[in-house]
Ligand binder design. Structure first.
Ligand code: HEM
Ligand SMILES: [Cu+2]
Length: 536
């Protein structure tokens, strides 16, 4: 054993619990921390959703007070976006990027520790607002003024929490960019990188570009509330619609921050279980870059009804529809990768196929909403709720779960129970549609969102939706069981190349992967790239 190998060996086995989990600079341990944290937050945000669906089970007010209902929708949205989807993608990035590019660790390991540890504090702060005088902010995750300014002073704590989350994700993104641009193994050109790395490289630039915009918007609001400015206060000459412009200039790219890494994950899984290289690798890279660019010029499609000039409405309608083109390229290429492949339906593939179907449904309802005249009907109805849950749950969350099932044997060195994982999948895939599909009907019939009570005309589909909600929520407990069983109890060892046709550097490492992934840079073999050889 060389002296470095010995040092590593030493480090691996003589770390106390506190040192390992609280002072960690290791990309795998930090990845685990991120994933565990977001798993916990999934159940926190999920319990809010269960309370919301409980209240909406029947017309009338049964369980909770209207103001508390609004606190729940706001906190549910904030927790799911900043506490679940984003951190779990960062967790996957931490685990997989060094392993996929042949590096020993992330480029900035201490920064990595800081990026993670900011998060628990941010969320303690955010959730503590529930217990403050006046309760938590209750104007939705969009925090529109003047409504949000009419709640209690806990608003200031939410803003501080948002700043912390923004700092955390910016630092995380800087680390990802630094890692990808500097630590690739010799010969691993950018266009030889796996799609997951590409999707995160582009996402990182989105994060760095827009999180400060959000920080600026909420800080201006903080000044309006506490320091007498009037940025958004119409009574003092300000403009509340200006808040919406600034917010959505952040908010729309944000929704792509929550979906581009999902595209990366799906582009890894589909080729593996189709036993074919990814169809149109370069087109897939350019499509992501194109979507990222377009995401900056479409923000006002969230504000068609605020009274924009006609020219602006038309511009935002067409620029929004343009995004369907590169998105269509991606869907087409995944399907074409499967076309005439030797498909097998292991658990990650099932989640990936469900992703493609559900994300496409969400995409189509998105194109419907991009039609300005039609949006006047959909705006602020349950149609919107159905749309964004198809893309966020059926899309982002399903891709994250697909990624966890794909890489879990690599992380733990053991196989999970195929039976329970398949049960988890089928139960989720059915219940998510029972939960969200009827919301399209509710929305088209005119049921408004963010209200605790509704007309009896909407009773039936709400009951169906709530049953789907409890079912989907309960099903996720199976996920906890599968993961815990795999980490601590499974006896079935995983091979290095866990899946028959899995290519890419991560599969050349043993399972579980060593503490420092690649201490010696691997030699790149063009015929063994994740997406096949693109040199000819
Ligand atoms: C069991 C799964 C879930 C259920 C039952 C559920 C249910 C709900 C409900 C009832 C609302 C309120 C809709 C309204 O009146 O505006 C809502 C809002 C929202 N949900 Fe979920 N949700 C679930 C999972 C998720 C996930 C995984 C995400 C991931 C990002 C998410 C993101 C959001 C967002 C962003 C909002 C908007 C909050 C706002 O209006 O400010 N949800 N959800
Ligand atoms: Cu948008």
């Amino acid at each position: 054993m060389s002296s470095t190998a010995q040092a590593i060996h030493h480090e691996e086995h003589h770390q106390g619990f506190f040192e390992r989990w609280f002072m960690s600079t290791n990309h795998k341990d930090i990845g685990t921390l991120y994933l565990s944290f977001s798993f916990l937050m999934l159940f926190v945000g999920g319990s809010f959703a269960m309370l919301i669906r409980g209240e909406l089970f029947e017309p009338g007010l049964q369980l909770i007070q209207p103001y508390f209902f609004n606190e729940l929708t706001a906190m549910h949205g904030l927790v799911m976006i900043f506490g679940v989807i984003m951190p779990s993608f960062v967790g996957l990035a931490n685990w997989m990027i060094p392993m996929q590019i042949g590096a020993p660790d992330m480029a900035l390991p201490r920064l990595n520790n800081l990026s993670f540890w900011i998060l628990p504090f941010a969320f303690v702060l955010l959730l503590s607002t529930f217990f403050m005088p006046g309760g938590a902010p209750a104007a939705g995750w969009t925090m529109y003024p003047p409504l949000v300014l009419q709640g209690g002073d806990s608003f200031a704590f939410m803003i501080f929490a948002i700043h912390l989350m923004g700092i955390s994700s910016i630092l995380g993104s800087i680390n990802i960019i630094a890692t990808i641009l500097n630590l690739r193994a010799p010969g691993l050109d950018l266009l030889k990188m796996p799609m997951f790395c590409w999707s995160w490289l582009i996402t990182s630039f989105l994060v760095i570009a827009v999180m400060p915009v959000l920080a600026g918007a909420v800080t201006m609001m903080l000044f309006d509330r506490f320091f007498g400015t009037n940025f958004f206060n119409a009574a003092g000459g300000g403009d509340p619609v200006m808040y919406q412009h600034v917010f959505w200039f952040f908010g729309h790219p944000e929704v792509y921050i929550m979906i581009l890494p999902a595209f990366g994950i799906i582009s890894e899984i589909v080729p593996t279980f189709s036993r074919k290289p990814l169809f149109g690798y370069k087109a897939m890279v350019y499509a992501i870059a194109c979507i990222a660019f377009l995401s900056f010029i479409v923000w006002s499609h969230h504000m068609f009804t605020v009274g924009l000039p006609l020219g602006a409405e038309v511009f935002f309608m067409f620029s929004t529809m343009l995004i369907a083109v590169p998105t269509g390229v991606k869907i087409f290429n995944w399907v074409t990768t499967m076309w005439r492949g030797s498909l097998s339906f292991e658990v990650p593939m099932l989640w990936a196929i469900a992703f493609i179907v559900l994300f496409s449904i969400g995409g189509f309802s998105g194109v419907m909403m991009a039609l300005v005249p039609a949006d006047f009907q959909y705006n602020q109805t349950y149609f919107i709720v159905a749309h964004f849950h198809y893309v966020l749950v059926g899309g982002a969350l399903f891709a994250i779960i697909a990624g966890v099932y794909y890489w879990l044997p690599k992380w733990t060195g053991r196989m999970y129970s195929e039976f329970w994982a398949k049960l988890h999948f089928w139960s989720s895939a059915i219940s998510v549609n029972v939960l969200f599909f009827p919301q399209h009907f509710l929305g088209l019939a005119g049921m408004p969102r963010r209200i605790p009570d509704y007309n009896v005309a909407f009773a039936d589909w709400n009951m169906v939706s709530s049953i789907g909600g409890f079912w989907f929520g309960a099903t996720q407990l199976i996920f906890v069981g599968v993961v815990i069983h795999c980490i601590w109890f499974s006896k079935q060892k995983a091979a290095p190349r866990v899946w028959e046709h899995a290519y890419g550097l991560e599969w050349t490492l043993p399972s579980p992967a060593p503490h420092h992934s690649f201490t010696v840079p691997p030699v790149i073999d063009d015929t063994k790239l994740a997406h096949g050889d693109i040199s000819h």
